[in-house]
Design a protein around this ligand. Structure first.
Ligand code: ADP
Length: 372
């Protein structure tokens, strides 16, 4: 297996804006790294440049220490699994898996050993004689993964491999790919637009937007210490609430206000908010850090309930403050009604603060999580 290093990698398609802008990413040997971001953010282009399917406009890509900029895809020792599986319809599962090895002129027994071993790992031994059209979506996906495994590559690249599957199968295949990674001890780079897939599968996540890497870190690092408002809003479901507030200092004490509501930031945040006194910031709070308060305390976020969604294990309360629609996740102890007044007391030590203009976190955070 191998590590993959991208240094200042940029891609400009003919006559277009930068699809990928100076990406610097290090993927360690045996690591499972997920590239995530909205459609068009440059994730597939980055993956395809690693695979060698797309020219690099500038920058360098190293696989296992070797500069691969000018190495053709077939010599990079990587295997790619695509969203549409790309199986040959007229070939059996066995031949689909064996095809790439035959082209490489591997010995027949070697090919047979590798195909049967991969089929065993993926539990598709009984399907080896079938044609792709005789398989379910999940089985086809397994064959596509099998075709990658038999090649014994240094790096596996997955491009939205689960997008064509229904929700239930997606959850199952997600678990299978995690187990596969554990079993193969392989370096895997996985592209998805689905933040849940990113959170559940990745050792580390690379969040991209508009061709630019926003932040790189473990799922919980990105969840708890987002570098900007975009990452904060993209990772987590339901998403973080954002409320534009005035920063006020009264008798030496910092508070934040939206309309009639006043909140007092946690002590560890007040010094960082001081430069913003007299200005506005974005107050960010996750739905689970927004419990409601039955006593209606003075320093709370007062709102009117717009929707209540009882999910069994919890309730999502949608509510409107003076200017902002917010959402809170609370235990299912109480029934809430549309139009009811409610007051939330945010867990202020969990709050995040963002600059209104730049969207950057006001609390210090590193773009790339430092690892011990
Ligand atoms: P993602 O995988 O995140 O959805 P892509 O990497 O496919 O994004 O695309 C990044 C940007 O590059 C988009 O603006 C897209 O329109 C553009 N792009 C992708 N492929 C091509 C191409 N072959 N020619 C021109 N522009 C492209």
């Amino acid at each position: 297996m191998a590590n993959v290093v991208l240094k200042n990698v940029t891609k400009i398609y003919d006559g277009s804006a930068k699809a990928v802008d100076s990406a610097n990413i290090t993927i360690e040997d045996k690591e499972f790294v997920v590239f995530v971001g909205p459609s068009g953010c440059g994730k597939s282009t980055t993956l395809r440049m690693i695979a060698g399917l797309e020219d690099i406009t500038s920058g360098e890509i190293f696989i296992d220490g070797d500069l691969v900029n000018n190495i053709p895809p077939k010599d990079r020792n990587i295997a790619m699994v695509f969203q549409n599986y790309a199986l040959y319809p007229h070939m059996s599962v066995y031949d689909n898996m064996a095809f790439g090895l035959k082209i490489r002129k591997l010995d027949k027994t070697e090919i047979d050993d590798r195909v049967r071993e991969a089929a065993k790992i993926l539990d598709i031994e009984k399907l080896l004689d079938r044609k792709p059209k005789q398989l379910s979506g999940g089985q086809r996906q397994r064959v596509a993964v099998g075709r990658a495994i038999v090649r014994n590559p240094k790096v596996f690249l997955f491009d939205e491999p689960l997008s064509n599957l229904d929700a239930k199968l997606r959850v199952q295949m997600r678990a299978e790919i995690i187990q596969l990674h554990d079993r193969l001890q392989a370096t895997i780079i996985y592209v998805t637009h689905d933040q849940v897939e990113a959170m559940t599968m990745g050792d580390r996540i690379v969040v991209m937007k508009d061709g630019i890497v926003q932040q790189i870190g473990s799922p919980l690092y990105l969840y708890n210490q987002p570098v900007n408002r975009f990452v904060a809003g993209f990772i987590g479901s339901p998403p973080m609430n954002f409320i534009k507030v005035d920063v006020v200092e009264t008798a030496g004490k910092i508070s934040i206000k939206e309309g009639p509501c006043t909140l007092f930031p946690d002590e560890k945040h007040t010094d960082l908010l001081k430069p913003y006194v007299g200005k506005q910031v974005i107050f960010g709070i996750r739905p689970e850090d927004l419990p409601y308060d039955e006593k209606n305390a003075a320093s709370s976020l007062k709102a009117v309930i717009t929707v209540s969604e009882p999910l069994g294990s919890e309730i999502h309360i949608w509510a409107k403050t003076e200017n902002t629609q917010i959402i809170s996740r609370v235990p299912p102890h109480h029934l809430f009604h549309i139009g009811e007044n409610i007051a939330f007391i945010p867990v202020m030590e969990k709050a995040r603060y963002f600059d209104v203009e730049s969207g950057l976190s006001i609390l210090p955070v590193s773009v790339v999580e430092e690892r011990g």
